[in-house]
Design a protein around this ligand. Structure first.
Ligand SMILES: NC(=O)c1ccc[n+]([C@@H]2O[C@H](COP(=O)([O-])OP(=O)(O)OC[C@H]3O[C@@H](n4cnc5c(N)ncnc54)[C@H](OP(=O)(O)O)[C@@H]3O)[C@@H](O)[C@H]2O)c1
Length: 258
């Protein structure tokens, strides 16, 4: 694959970090963005095997000023942008909506939807001007299938799915691709720890007793999507653990004794 300039949000942990590393190992120039700059710096310094490059930038997607500042600060680097991976996102809580905290509801909407849209709106003109580009949005099986205690998270991910589809229409004829990656449960991320507000035991229990996917599985899939020739757009990939038939069902495989 020719060398590309790739911006990935939410690269301080989980899927974003694994994807940034894999793409830099494949020779691409990758900018990792998130709020925790120290984490990004640590990853960039501790990755000697890369053949591309890793840059870092602080961004808080829930804050419009922070997005503007990021785009301004890294304007020169971003002027050659080939790929935007809108990966940053979070779920907060598993309570019924009627018991949820409105500030957390707002944070999910601001980060998962408004921030994604604002950053994409800022960067799309670069791609349109260059007549090439690829936007990869992290959706979720939660955006296709609702579950109890997921009212806002499911709604934000459904929004990501719909806005991605509509964007493909708006961008028709521009040579810009829009892809959605929609995973089921992915372990080795901080997703559950964030959702359960730092309760590590509860977070860990989500991934016990069956075979999950991990962040590298998703990174490999994203790398494959980016590697398709320019005339092919992988519109959507839903990846589930084999032991997770749906958003809400787990069916662990137990090999029969022979
Ligand atoms: N893990 C799963 O089971 C799963 C399943 C389906 C979809 N997903 C989606 O996959 C994506 C990545 O999640 P993950 O599983 O890798 O979880 P994670 O390890 O918690 O990573 C989330 C990333 O988002 C960043 N982030 C959160 N709020 C932000 C903000 N306001 N501004 C900028 N960055 C922000 C975090 O960095 P900072 O805290 O440093 O800002 C972190 O790097 C999310 O969109 C998630 O919804 C995850």
């Amino acid at each position: 694959m020719p060398k590309k300039k790739i911006l990935i949000t939410g690269a301080s942990s989980g899927i974003g970090r694994a994807t940034a590393l894999m793409l830099a190992q494949k020779g691409h120039d990758v900018m990792m963005a998130a709020r925790r700059l120290d984490r990004l710096a640590h990853t960039a310094v501790m990755s000697p095997s890369i053949t591309g490059s890793l840059s870092i930038g602080a961004i808080d997607l829930s804050d419009p000023d922070s997005i503007d500042k990021f785009c301004h600060q890294h304007g020169e680097w971003l002027s050659g942008l080939d790929v935007l991976i809108n990966n940053a996102g979070l779920a907060l809580g598993r309570e019924p909506f009627q018991d949820s905290h409105l500030s957390e509801v707002q944070t999910m909407i601001d980060t998962n939807v408004s921030g994604l849209l604002r950053l994409t709106h800022r960067l799309l003109p670069i791609m349109i001007e260059r007549e090439r580009g690829h936007i990869v949005n992290l959706g979720s099986v939660a955006g296709r299938e609702a579950y109890a205690g997921g009212t806002i998270y499911c709604a934000t991910k459904a929004a990501v799915h719909m806005l991605s589809e509509a964007l493909r229409h708006d961008l028709g004829g521009t040579n810009i691709r829009v892809s959605i990656i929609a995973p089921g449960r992915v372990a080795e991320t901080e997703f559950s720890e964030v959702r359960f507000r730092g309760d590590e035991k509860l977070a860990q229990s989500v991934y016990e007793g069956y075979r999950t996917m991990n962040a590298r599985d998703i990174a490999e899939t994203i790398a494959w999507v980016l590697d398709r020739p320019e005339h092919i757009n992988i519109q959507e990939i839903v990846l589930m653990p084999t032991d997770q038939p749906s958003a809400t069902t787990l069916k662990p495989y137990r090999p029969s004794a022979t």
